[in-house]
Design a protein around this ligand. Structure first.
Ligand code: GRF
Length: 220
């Protein structure tokens, strides 16, 4: 079967892009990255793509008069490369309904919280301030409202005593690197169906044991 053609949109470090690059290196992975685009010219992720032989380009939003013009410029290479799924992986621009609708159910985002909790920026600091004991990440189809849309994959991690935003972010990021390739795989295998703004996933098995935090075994 033909591999699903991915574009990955980034703005910075690109560690989630790297997770996808690594997943795509496996012969049996059902997707391939055909394009990486950054809105920031010095995004480190661009170099990761180039090292992997993936066409990588910058489309700098500052060079456009408005969002619509920027998004048209973004859309052009995606359509030209016959992209089947667009992955927002640390892409720090809000997309207008025009772009989101154009790529409806072919556009996913990864966010470092258990949505719908803590959408937006400073996620980890807000989660810690709220005192949550379990944090996590979400891969979801994109809708016009920020960090909203049908959920494909989530992972939960525990919050540890003494965590700060950086240590929690690092733990969540490790989970992100597993969730994004998994979500892409499920979509590429045709197992994900959006029904009434929820995802149905064919053959999905949920883990048996709950994640309890703090661990009951440490609480005598
Ligand atoms: C990740 O935490 C992602 O969830 C968020 O932005 C961060 C991007 O990290 N949307 P990287 O550029 O993939 O390393």
């Amino acid at each position: 079967m033909a591999r699903l053609r991915l574009a990955v949109l980034i703005s910075g470090r690109g560690s989630n892009l790297q997770a996808l690059i690594d997943a795509c290196a496996a012969a049996d992975y059902p997707a391939e990255i055909v394009l990486a685009v950054s809105n920031e010219p010095d995004a480190a992720g661009l170099e990761r793509a180039r090292r992997a032989g993936i066409p990588a380009e910058t489309i700098d939003h500052r060079e456009f008069s408005d969002r619509k013009a920027f998004e048209r410029a973004l859309d052009w290479p995606l359509a030209g490369a016959d992209v089947g799924l667009v992955c927002l992986a640390g892409f720090m621009r809000l997309l207008t309904p025009w772009f989101v609708e154009r790529w409806r159910d072919r556009l996913i985002n990864i966010h470092p919280s258990l949505l719908p909790a803590f959408p937006g920026l400073d996620t980890h600091a807000r989660a810690l301030a709220a005192g949550v004991r379990i944090a996590g990440c979400t891969v979801h189809f994109v809708r016009p409202a920020m960090d909203r849309g049908p959920i494909v994959v989530q992972a939960a991690v525990s919050v540890e005593e003494g965590d700060d935003a950086a240590s929690l972010a690092a733990r969540v990021l490790a989970a992100e690197h597993r969730c994004l390739p998994l979500a892409v795989r499920l979509i590429a295998e045709g197992r994900v169906r959006v029904v009434g703004e929820r995802c149905e996933i064919a053959g999905a098995a949920a883990p048996f044991s709950p994640l309890i935090s703090p661990s009951p075994s440490g609480c005598g």
